[in-house]
Design a protein around this ligand. Sequence first.
Ligand code: ADP
Length: 210
Amino acid sequence: MNDPVRKNRFSVGLTGGIGSGKSTVADLFATLGADVIDTDVIAHQLTASNGAAIAAIKSTFGAAFITESGAMNRARMREAVFADPATKKRLEAIIHPLIRAETEHAAAQANGPYIVFVVPLLVESGFWQQRVSRVLLIDCPEEIQIRRVMQRNTLTEQQVRAIMATQVPRADRLAAADDVIVNDSDTAALLPQVQRLHQQYVALAQAGEP
Ligand code: ADP
């Protein structure tokens, strides 16, 4: 994290609202040869059984927040965080530095032409906006987002809207984006958009863009 050379690798911060298609698009970049580092996957590993965040979560919130298998009790933590913003802040103070350390560790191992960091809450985070060379938004109308998440997670429309209310509005994401992939039709429509950006990113990385 303190190595300026490593930080200067050309990197893309891929973001978008829940259900916009971040994972789907990230998989396409990976097949083209980009190194994809998903901060959500890292956050999950940190709070899984024997994850690096478990000891700090236990000492801060108590053993009641740890399951018998030694993972964070997600349901319980979700409730506590929802009920109290201070709890959310305390949890983030544990998790966020660990996510950054893990992502930098993964970035240091990367040997593709450029790195794609998948960061769902990138626009909400000053750190990530500074960290990446370019912000790539996966965008789609809210109605499509809702339909996809209802299907994927078997949630009601009301539940999906409640999650979306915790994320910045679409207009704020569009304002923060350098590049936009529109994901409002079938997945076949994604590949040409990903290929075009991949070529641009390879060229920018070769030109030595930080
Ligand atoms: P995110 O990572 O942004 O939450 P996903 O990539 O997981 O979004 O996509 C949400 C759901 O919608 C997944 O079940 C995915 O397979 C589906 N999906 C994404 N894009 C499309 C598309 N263009 N057409 C059909 N289904 C899609």
